[in-house]
Structure formats: structure tokens, C-alpha cells
Design a binder for this molecule. Structure first.
Ligand SMILES: Cc1ncc(COP(=O)(O)O)c(C=O)c1O
Length: 405
């Protein structure tokens, strides 16, 4: 009986996923995150791989001095925080981390969450409610979409990175408001990824700032894949363009920073508001103080080593050039993410599996993470890849794509 009820909830979804080549399982990695890793193969053996799939873009997870600093923080602060930030969980490392994020991002203040996902969900659902309007890029990350759903605001999706379409939907929203004159005046939020996680392209911040100003919208950007990557010193999208900042800058400490957590940086009033209203900040245990200390140490390391950011950029250029030279259709990526679009889900899986057999780890990204028929290899680069590794990868990718026609 019990199995039957569980079937009602789960069986169809699992069978459909298997039939559509979208069933998910996990790969086991037997070594720490770095540009070369060992993974468990389906036959139970271990195999070395060049890792071209990590979000640890600066390869900081395995730097000796940073590991030692985190170990020291565990010895000093123990394994857990013991409470929510607003009860007993707020320890010195949390405060130091927030102060340093604000400094690094050149903002008045910052607040941390346990993950970037929680930062987006908590921020959007705190800022907006039922009668508000949110303008969202069609390729925004799932955590932004979930935040919008939770807010219950009216969402207007604009075409990817298309500022003319953004202006169109803002006008459409204004018109819809005219039909509902009894409702309170809606607040308006534009929200976008800074670097799009599956395409690696960048939001047009200068234009978004202009439109937000003209149409009296608040502008929020998610710098999950921009922090530590964009701009000369890795400060993000505003540094890349040399322009003003968005009103709300969200980021994660789990990717280039190689720790765990999310943050929002901005005006003191925004941070005070989120501390009071963001439910994913309030109703959860604070991250372990040692994790906060690690995130802060790693961020300081990025600040002191801008050459890592430069190495990453140089590697991306080398890899894109090598792929183009081998006849693989890619564009020069402005970020650390290089998508190689394959299209068909089954073919993308086959190519990814063949690459793995050849010692190169690049996962196939499929629906629902990307649109149906837009399956791709999502290559992501690290500052520490060698040119030799990248050349081997480019040559092998070209060969396998040709073999798997
Ligand atoms: C654009 C974007 N925002 C937010 C997140 C969530 O960040 P986190 O992994 O820290 O939860 C991710 C990735 O996971 C992301 O790609």
C-alpha cells in the first residue's frame, strides 16, 4: 500500500525523465576539486580526468595556505554555529566576512546567507509582494525564478539580454496597471544574472542602469559567476564595464571564492531591511563560523592576487581560440563559462560520456536546466589549467563531436 502511494507521487516523473534522457544521477569524485581530479568510473575503477566543469574558477579550494587557515578557524570556532544569526549564531567571523564583502564590492554594507540560492530567494521575496512587478531575463537562474514565485509579484519575462524587449514589457506592465486603478501603485524590480550560468554571456549593466533609472525600477543583479571572475580584480560586472553598481548586488561564496554561502551588497538601508525581512536569512541556522572565516580568507586572497583573475581570463581566450581552430563552433566567452551547444539531449550525453572515457570531464547540461533541444557541454575554466591541458581538451572535443554525428 505504502509503495503504491509513493508511486502516485514519484513514478511518472522518474519514468518520464528516463525516457527523455533527463534522468539525473551523481558522479563520485574521489579527490578534491582542482583542475585534475579522480572520478569513479561505472566499472568501479578510478580514472584521472582534466576537470573542465568546475565553478571553482580560481581553483582556490585546494590552496595550502587557505586550507590551513580554514583548519585553524575550525580549531578556534568549532564545527557549527549553534543558532540563527539573530539568536546566538552571529560570531566574529560572520561579521568580519560581511565587512570584507562590502569593502571588496565597494558598497556601504553586506549581508550573508547560507547559500547563493537562499540569497536570491530571500531577497526577492522580501523586496516584492503580490501587487509588485518584476521584470526578469528569460535565462535567469532557478533561484531567481523561485524567489519571484515566492514573492507572488506579477512577473514579466523579457527576451534574453534584450533591452528593447525589457522596455516593451515595462510598458506592457504600465498598461496593465491602468486597468487596475484601485490597486496600490506597484513597485518595480528588474532582476538579472550578471553572467548567465549556462551561456557564459554578460548582462548589459550600463543599459540596465539607464532603463532602471528612466522607469523608476530597482535593479538587482546576481553575480554568482561574476565575483572573482569579471573586472581587472574580480570585483564583478560594474568593474568589467567601469560603470555604476546595481541597487542590489547578490553573489555567492561557493564558486570562485571556493567556500560556501551567498551575499547581498548595497546601501546600509537595503542590508538593514534584509536582516529584518528576508526569511531565508532569519529562519535558518547561521553558517559555521569556520566557513565564514574561510570565505573571508579566500576573498582576501583574491583581493591580494589579481593575477589569478588574469590567468583565468587568459585561459578562457586560449581555450576558445583552440576550439575555433579545431573547427568547434563557440564564441569568445567574456566569462569563465564556454558553452558548446550540441542540441539533442541524447547526443550531448553520448559526447560527454565519450569525453569522460578519454579523460576529460565536461558534463552535458540538459532540459530542464536549459531549454529542450538546447543541450550542451558546459565547459568552465580555472585559472590553473595549463595550456597543454586546454589544447588536449580542445583537440579531443573536436574529434569526439565529429565521431558522434
Ligand atoms: C546564477 C546563479 N545564482 C545563484 C546560484 C546559487 O548559488 P549557490 O550555489 O551558492 O547556492 C547559482 C548556482 O548554483 C547560479 O548559477
Amino acid at each position: 500500500m505504502k509503495e503504491k502511494i509513493l508511486d502516485l507521487f514519484t513514478r511518472d516523473a522518474l519514468e518520464t525523465a528516463r525516457a527523455n534522457n533527463t534522468y539525473r544521477s551523481m558522479r563520485l569524485m574521489e579527490t578534491p576539486e582542482s583542475s585534475r581530479v579522480k572520478i569513479r568510473m561505472p566499472d568501479g575503477t578510478s580514472q584521472e580526468q582534466i576537470l573542465l566543469a568546475s565553478n571553482s574558477y580560481l581553483d582556490l579550494a585546494n590552496v595550502d595556505e587557505l586550507k590551513q587557515a580554514m583548519a585553524q578557524a575550525v580549531l578556534e570556532w568549532g564545527t557549527g554555529s549553534g543558532g540563527a544569526r539573530l539568536t546566538t549564531g552571529n560570531k566574529t567571523p560572520h561579521q568580519k566576512l560581511e565587512e570584507f564583502i562590502a569593502k571588496f564590492k565597494c558598497e556601504e554594507s553586506a549581508i550573508t546567507f547560507n547559500t547563493g540560492y537562499m540569497a536570491n530567494v530571500g531577497t526577492i521575496s522580501a523586496l516584492c509582494s503580490k501587487n509588485d512587478f518584476i521584470f526578469s531575463d528569460e535565462l535567469n537562474h532557478a533561484s531567481i525564478i523561485d524567489g519571484i514565485r515566492l514573492s507572488r509579484a506579477k512577473c514579466f519575462v523579457y527576451k534574453h539580454n534584450d533591452v528593447a524587449d525589457l522596455q516593451r514589457v515595462i510598458q506592457e506592465a504600465e498598461k496593465s496597471r491602468a486597468y487596475e486603478p484601485t490597486l496600490p501603485v506597484p513597485r518595480k524590480l528588474i532582476v538579472t544574472d550578471a553572467v548567465f550560468s549556462m551561456d557564459g554571456d554578460l548582462a548589459n549593466l550600463p543599459e540596465l542602469l539607464r532603463i532602471a533609472h528612466e522607469s523608476e525600477c530597482l535593479l538587482m543583479i546576481d553575480e554568482a559567476h561574476a565575483t572573482g571572475v569579471l573586472g581587472k580584480t574580480g570585483r564583478g560586472l560594474a568593474e568589467h564595464y567601469g560603470c555604476a553598481h546595481a541597487d542590489v548586488t547578490v553573489g555567492t561564496l561557493s564558486k570562485a571564492v571556493a567556500a560556501e554561502g551567498g551575499f547581498v551588497a548595497g546601501k546600509q538601508q537595503l542590508i538593514d531591511f534584509l536582516r529584518n525581512k528576508a526569511r531565508s536569512f532569519i529562519f535558518t541556522t547561521a553558517m559555521p563560523p569556520a566557513v565564514a572565516a574561510a570565505a573571508c580568507n579566500n576573498l582576501r586572497y583574491i583581493d591580494a592576487h589579481p593575477e589569478r583573475v588574469q590567468n583565468l581570463r587568459e585561459n578562457v581566450k586560449f581555450f576558445c581560440d583552440a576550439l575555433l581552430h579545431e573547427g568547434v563552433n563557440v564564441v569568445q566567452s567574456p566569462s569563465a563559462i564556454v558553452p558548446i551547444v550540441i542540441g539533442d539531449e541524447a547526443r550531448a550525453l553520448k559526447i560527454s560520456a565519450a569525453l569522460q572515457d578519454a579523460g576529460i570531464l565536461i558534463p552535458a547540461i540538459r532540459y530542464p536546466t536549459v531549454a529542450k533541444g538546447q543541450a550542451r557541454l558546459r565547459a568552465s575554466l580555472m585559472a590553473t589549467h595549463t595550456h597543454e591541458q586546454l589544447q588536449i581538451a580542445a583537440t579531443t572535443i573536436a574529434q569526439i563531436i565529429n565521431d558522434c554525428l
